[in-house]
Design a protein around this ligand. Structure first.
Ligand code: ADP
Length: 162
């Protein structure tokens, strides 16, 4: 079975992330969405809530798993026995940053390759930062979040409403 991991902060998971995930499922039999977190950085949502939100978005996809991790993505790959990392590319800036990371990862772990998936035009401007700003300022973020995601849960858990 060809398996890849799709790592990211996913704070929160957006339609842009979902689109990359759907494309990745055309290439791999199974995708593990891995929520990376840094224990010294407070996110908008806790890693556990981010996982719950992703699980809502992928509930109808049997070949997707969701987990959390901290530390190096290549270490997670080795722990899981996975040889491919999926990353999405929106802009040339993404490309420049991502290619540096992919090259460093390749140097450290020659058995692991990064697969880049371009953003579709419709979603290329969408980022978690934009979605967070919309939510914080009471805007309607529904069209930027995948179907099945409970926006009220995001608002509740993020503490915006308090
Ligand atoms: P990170 O902090 O690791 O960059 P993100 O959650 O911001 O985590 O993004 C995870 C991955 O999804 C990255 O590869 C990013 O480039 C990609 N991505 C984010 N938004 C989009 C989008 N709208 N379209 C395509 N790829 C995206």
């Amino acid at each position: 079975m060809r398996t890849a991991i799709f790592p990211g902060s996913f704070d929160p998971f957006t339609v842009g992330h979902y689109d990359v995930l759907e494309s990745a499922l055309q290439l791999f039999d199974k995708i593990i969405v891995a929520v990376g977190y840094n224990s010294s950085k407070k996110g908008f949502l806790t890693p556990e809530t981010r996982v719950e939100i992703i699980q809502q978005a992928v509930a109808h996809l049997p070949n997707v798993e969701v987990c959390t991790y901290s530390g190096l993505t290549i270490d997670l790959c080795h722990t899981l026995g996975v040889h491919h990392i999926i990353r999405g590319l929106r802009t040339t800036t993404d490309f420049e940053m991502e290619s540096v990371i992919a090259q460093a990862n390749k140097k450290m772990a020659p058995d692991i390759s990064t697969v880049f998936i371009p953003a579709c035009q419709e979603y290329s401007f969408i980022s978690s930062t934009v979605v967070r700003d919309i939510l914080i300022h009471n805007g309607d973020a529904a069209q930027f979040l995948p179907k099945g995601v409970d926006i009220d849960k995001i608002i509740d858990r993020s503490g915006i409403s308090k």
